[in-house]
Design a binder for this molecule. Structure first.
Ligand code: PSV
Ligand code: MN
Length: 424
């Protein structure tokens, strides 16, 4: 389904008066409105191809209907999101859930919708239909060299798909680990992983990156071979400049200070980017900002400060991606909410009074430092995010328009109610 520009214009016209009033009030409170708007307009967050269908749990899946049946339809859905919010101009593919059989036609379709391809993700955490050897006991860390070889070849194949799609990075997440004490020799598992990654790294063209994700548990519950940022960073350091650590917000134990991790990885030039989501217990895949928007803001505080310290381009020098697919919401509405939450946190981080914060930190004025941060956090920046969207050609209220235009109903009519898109 395609959303006409006319529908967006009419919607914006209808809500313009109210928006203007709110925007003028917000802009009057903020000293750097123009800078914030420019940065918001430039800032895009990639949509994962696996989030366009309804997610599930091991207890079941309750599809919404109208889910994309092919890679082309997934691209169309991202096109819809981007038309509404003008902030999601790329898609991240998971191989083999989405094999781009014909790269040039897929690229052309994406380009028509103003999209390009973000990181490509390999998958050695599931066995595929005609696969010779099983990943039941791991992939790149496996004790059997033949299994490692198969997993290495898969990653090299994914790099090739990525090159055809002009994707800039290979993202690797391994479920490798152990379920019981004694099952694994940790050192051998780590060294096997490193050697396997080295071979993959060598197959990576010089202008591409390898992003290494970590996760403390699930599906293995005693140990995970790349369990935390230290282990990912160790691998990335040994591999070289093209390798960096990817932070997925759902991949931490409760109470972990993720903002501190982000700050130090940035300091070392080893932060690849993000998989955004929110979680209450673990890798819950909840909508970004739905549980702990303050943590998201604190992460963006470190990101903005750290990127500025390294003179980085906020929009381009890092991988920004959502990794979530929950089971009770319309996936498109859910993704729109996630992107909005990210942009709100980013805008709030951009309006922090940096000089006042540095001064408070220097003087160890703890109370004032908190005041400075919370002054920004408690400012309602939603009118700025909406204004940036308006200037970029998007809708003032994306979800309202999505509902008014009966997008899901139309997709159901077009694709049927029993479609299930590939993914977890
Ligand atoms: C694993 O939990 C993960 O975060 C990895 O990024 C996967 O590629 C993705 O989710 C999809 O399962
Ligand atoms: Mn992830």
């Amino acid at each position: 389904m395609h959303l006409e520009t006319k529908a967006i214009d009419e919607h914006n016209h209808q809500h313009l008066g109210e928006h203007k009033r709110r925007f003028e009030f917000a802009a009057g409170e903020i000293v750097n409105t123009t800078e914030v708007l420019d940065k918001l307009i430039a800032f895009n967050i990639a949509i994962p191809s696996w989030a366009l269908g309804t997610g599930g749990t091991r207890f079941g899946r309750f599809p919404e209907g109208g889910e994309p049946r092919s890679l082309e339809e997934k691209i169309e859905d991202v096109g819809l999101i981007h038309a509404l919010n003008r902030s999601s101009n790329s898609i991240s593919l998971h191989i083999p859930w989405d094999i781009p059989e014909n790269a040039s036609s897929v690229k052309a379709l994406a380009a028509q919708l103003g999209l390009h391809f973000d990181a490509v993700n390999s998958n050695t955490f599931q066995d595929q239909k005609d696969q010779k050897l099983s990943y039941k006991l791991g992939s790149l860390h496996h004790t059997d060299k033949a299994v490692r070889r198969q997993a290495i070849e898969h990653n090299i194949q994914v790099i090739k798909y990525g090159v055809e799609l002009d994707s800039k990075a290979l993202s690797v997440w391994l479920s490798d680990g152990s379920n019981f004490p004694g099952q694994l020799n940790f050192r051998t598992a780590f060294q096997n992983t490193l050697e396997s990654l080295q071979e993959i790294y060598e197959a990576l063209p010089s202008d591409r990156k390898m992003w290494i994700e970590y996760k403390p548990y699930e599906p293995n519950f005693y140990s995970t071979t790349i369990a935390d940022w230290g282990q990912s960073h160790l691998l990335a350091s040994k591999l070289g400049d093209k390798a960096k650590t990817l932070v997925d917000l759902g991949h931490h134990l409760q109470g972990t200070n993720i903002e501190q991790i982000v700050s130090l990885l940035l300091m070392e030039g080893k932060l690849a980017g993000f998989h955004f989501n929110d979680s209450k217990y673990g890798d819950d895949d909840l909508t970004v900002g739905s549980i702990n928007p303050y943590q998201l803001f604190l992460i963006f505080n470190e990101l903005v400060e750290g990127m500025d310290a390294r003179n980085m381009n906020h929009a381009k020098d890092m991988g920004w991606m959502i990794d979530a697919s929950h089971n009770v919401k319309d996936p498109i509405e859910d993704l729109i909410q996630s992107v909005e939450a990210i942009k709100i946190a980013y805008a709030q981080a951009l309006i922090i009074d940096r000089n006042a914060l540095v001064e408070a930190q220097q003087r160890n004025d703890v109370a004032l430092a908190q005041e400075v941060l919370q002054q920004a956090y408690r400012t309602d920046v939603r009118p700025l995010v909406a204004e940036a969207r308006l200037r970029a050609g998007g809708a003032l209220q994306p979800i309202t328009l999505f509902r008014q235009e009966n997008v899901r109903k139309n997709l159901l009519k077009e694709r049927g109610s029993k479609t299930i898109s590939t993914g977890l």
